[in-house]
Write a protein that binds this ligand. Structure first.
Ligand code: BGC
Length: 718
């Protein structure tokens, strides 16, 4: 009880959708300074020219932020300050902006083009407001469902996350705004995130937790990376040279800059030597008083200061940030086409998980009386809590959206409930359909702590009670991930996953319920039947959802104040469907799963060859046909299974997906191209990826468990 109160208060004040911080109306001033450099020089030459003229104090000052979200400029040399903003679901803290579906909901669309357009729109709002750095996207893998930040990431699969983060980055950076891919790395839990040492073996790190970062910097060319709060394998990420230099720069060729997470430094020389470039939100450790003595003692040398300053300047010049007015009024700060796009994203994200006896869609002419239950129907959560939370200005809750979507004479009634019991059972009994909205608010599911696995506040009981009174009970889940469903799923005929869908959450859900939108979302994570079915929970903290202010604030930025604890990623590669499918554990709903109001048929795939030679590629082609009555979309998924690897491998791994939108009766040809890169695994003996010759299977289907065809082929050693 006390726990809940504190969590609510904390969430309200600091993190929630209604938090005073989320509503902050920060304004970026219009700066008029012009950089004192020749315009036709390359970004590097410009950076060098500025660097040469900066005093040591000026350089050091640039290494620490100010005013929570800003990076120092240099008036003397004509450099304006640079402003950052969170992040992946829209611009936060700078007045009114468009609230898009949260990243895990974007991932549920499996639609690359949509993510690119959302990225473009968010960047346009940044440009209009004078923001040059977006503090996202986040790509930490969903390992355990209770992590309070899973909603902010792109699901459980490294390939899916890698494929989706690239177009998002291209969208944002294509509009001249820097992306900051985060939190690098091993930040897969919010439990005591400042002192939980993530112990991850080399292979697991490279196969599961790093691919999305790698794609973000190599394919997407994200110009910035944010390091995580936690230590990784014994060293804080902010001073982890293996991560920030050996992997990021030396192996992947990253040439942007690395930002700290907010208050994640614990020393001065360590981060600079490891490859960090900027301390945020202020120079607590990277300031003249701390750095100068280290320079005098020879612990640091001048290049340790020049390197990060050069990185910052070069990227700012490269992105045109120093060469344009702070704000671009050609772009809108919110609304208009962006609002439409937010609705489009929300529509495509909804996942229809269960639909017995065609309970959905509701036919308005038959369904006149609808009883709506659950506080989230009225206070519909549109984002998870924390720095990803964008206040929704034009929010429509589910109740109002259902009222708008129904016939004018239909009767949509909200029925109050308390701790799971229904206060007006008669209305529920007599309704033609019942909609129970259950899940989490932005203070329940939030950055800085973990949420419960079971629905809180007796909502599971509420669902069972509603279903007992009325068999036509539809559940809408509002959450950023997997939730315990086993205790009530059998009682209800229909279930939708409604995520946190941004400002149009209510409208999108109502449209799906009434069939105006045909659902096409697919789960970007597995839903388990039981907590213990998730292998990673065996290595997780006990009772992760217990709340503690000391755990949240205690050790930030203060070395040695509390002991580091280690969380071993003992499940290794067996994350999400890799575990369920390899170890033959039945999921509640598999990864990649989602129903539609129409049906699809997939033809037999045709392979361009049964032998793939190293360095060459193989094409797989098939036809998808909409065999039902409604326009809809299907996601064709391609998994690869290695039949005879020297090291144990998961039973299958996603290596391709294509979403197609089709009218009834229409067909589309889809084709996947595979190379040996798709077949390789990370060999810790060689410290590199290897594609081992031998037999592989191509598995094509519409979820990790719904495989429609299996085709064998050989990777030849030649
Ligand atoms: C979060 C970051 C965020 C930063 C700035 C931190 O608490 O971990 O993801 O970008 O705050 O708001």
């Amino acid at each position: 009880m006390f726990d809940r109160l504190i969590r609510r208060l904390f969430g309200y004040l600091v993190n929630g959708e209604h938090s005073p911080l989320a509503m902050t109306n920060k304004v970026v001033p219009d700066y008029t300074v012009v950089p004192d450099v020749e315009r036709d020089r390359s970004p590097l030459e410009k950076a060098e020219s500025i660097l040469k003229r900066m005093t040591m104090d000026e350089k050091i000052t640039m290494l620490g932020g100010f005013d929570m979200l800003s990076i120092h400029g240099n008036e003397r040399l004509g450099l304006p300050p640079v402003t950052c903003s969170d992040a992946s679901a829209g611009v936060r803290c700078f007045g009114r902006s468009t609230a898009f579906p949260v990243p895990v909901a974007m991932a549920a669309t499996w639609n690359r083009d949509l993510l690119q357009r959302i990225g473009e729109s968010i960047a346009e709002e940044c440009r209009a407001k004078g923001i040059s750095i977006l503090l996202g996207p986040g790509v930490n893998i969903c390992r355990v469902p209770t992590c309070g930040r899973n909603f902010e990431y792109l699901g459980e699969d490294p390939f899916l996350a890698a494929e989706l983060v690239v177009p998002y980055i291209e969208g944002v950076q294509g509009r001249g705004v820097i992306t900051t891919v985060k939190h690098f790395a091993g930040n897969n839990s919010e439990y005591d995130r400042h002192r939980m040492n993530s112990e991850i073996d080399e292979r697991t790190l490279h196969e599961i937790y790093l691919p999305a970062f790698k794609a973000a910097v190599q394919k997407g060319r994200s110009r910035s990376v944010m390091c995580a709060y936690n230590p990784l394998n014994g060293t804080y990420c902010s001073e982890n040279r293996m991560l920030l230099t050996e992997i990021l720069r030396d192996t992947w060729g990253f040439d942007g800059f690395v930002i700290s997470d907010w208050i994640s430094l614990y020393s001065t020389a360590g981060p600079l030597k490891a490859g960090l470039d900027l301390e945020m939100p202020s120079g607590k450790y990277l300031n003249p008083d701390k750095i100068k003595p280290l320079l005098e003692q020879g612990v640091l040398n001048p290049e340790d200061i020049d390197r990060p300053v050069r990185n910052l300047l070069r990227v700012f010049f490269e992105m045109g940030i120093y060469d344009r007015p702070t704000k671009d009024h050609a772009f809108v700060e919110w609304g208009g086409a962006h609002s439409q796009l937010s609705l489009e994203g929300a529509r495509e994200a909804v996942v229809l998980l269960k639909n017995e006896d065609r309970t959905l869609p509701l036919i308005t002419s038959n369904v006149r009386k609808i009883a709506v239950l659950g506080r989230l129907a009225v206070d519909t959560t549109t984002c998870g809590g924390g720095s990803c939370c964008v206040k929704s200005w034009d929010k429509v809750n589910i109740l109002d959206a259902l009222r708008r979507a129904g016939e004018p004479d239909s009767n949509v009634v909200f029925v109050k409930s308390r701790k799971g019991s229904i206060l007006d059972p008669e209305t529920v009994r007599q309704a033609d359909a019942v909609v129970v909205c259950a899940g989490y608010s932005a203070t329940d599911e939030c950055e800085s702590y973990e949420r419960s696995w079971k629905l809180p506040y007796g909502q599971d009981e509420l669902i069972r009670n509603a279903a007992r009174l009325n068999p036509h009970t539809i559940v809408v889940l509002i959450s950023g991930g997997d939730v315990e469903t086993e205790s009530w799923l059998g009682h209800v005929p229909a279930l939708l996953h409604g995520f946190f869908l941004g400002q149009h959450a209510g409208t999108a859900i109502a449209e799906v319920i009434f069939g105006r939108t045909n659902p096409s979302g697919k789960l970007p994570f597995t839903m388990a039947r039981r907590w213990e079915d998730i292998l990673a929970t065996r290595f997780y903290v006990e009772r992760p959802a217990t709340f503690s202010l000391a755990r949240i604030f205690g050790p930030q930025g203060i070395p040695g104040i509390r002991k580091i604890r280690t969380m071993r990623y003992g499940e290794q590669l067996m994350v999400g469907y890799r575990h369920f499918d390899t170890n033959r554990v039945a999921p509640q709903f598999p990864f990649g799963f989602g129903l539609s109001y129409t049906t699809f048929a997939l033809s037999q795939p045709v392979l361009s060859s049964r032998i793939l030679k190293k360095g060459e590629s193989l094409t797989v082609t098939l036809t998808v046909t909409n065999t039902g009555q409604h326009r809809g979309a299907e996601v064709v998924q391609l998994y690869v299974s290695d039949r005879d690897a020297a090291l144990p491998r998961p039973a299958k791994e996603l290596k391709g997906f294509i979403k197609v939108h089709l009218d009834p009766g229409a067909s589309a040809t889809v084709s996947f191209t595979l190379s040996d890169e798709h077949l390789s695994y990370y060999d810790p003996c060689w410290h590199q990826w290897v594609a081992e010759p031998g037999e592989f299977m191509l598995l094509i289907g519409t979820s990790s468990r719904h495989i429609l065809s299996e085709e064998a082929f050989i990777l030849s050693g030649e």
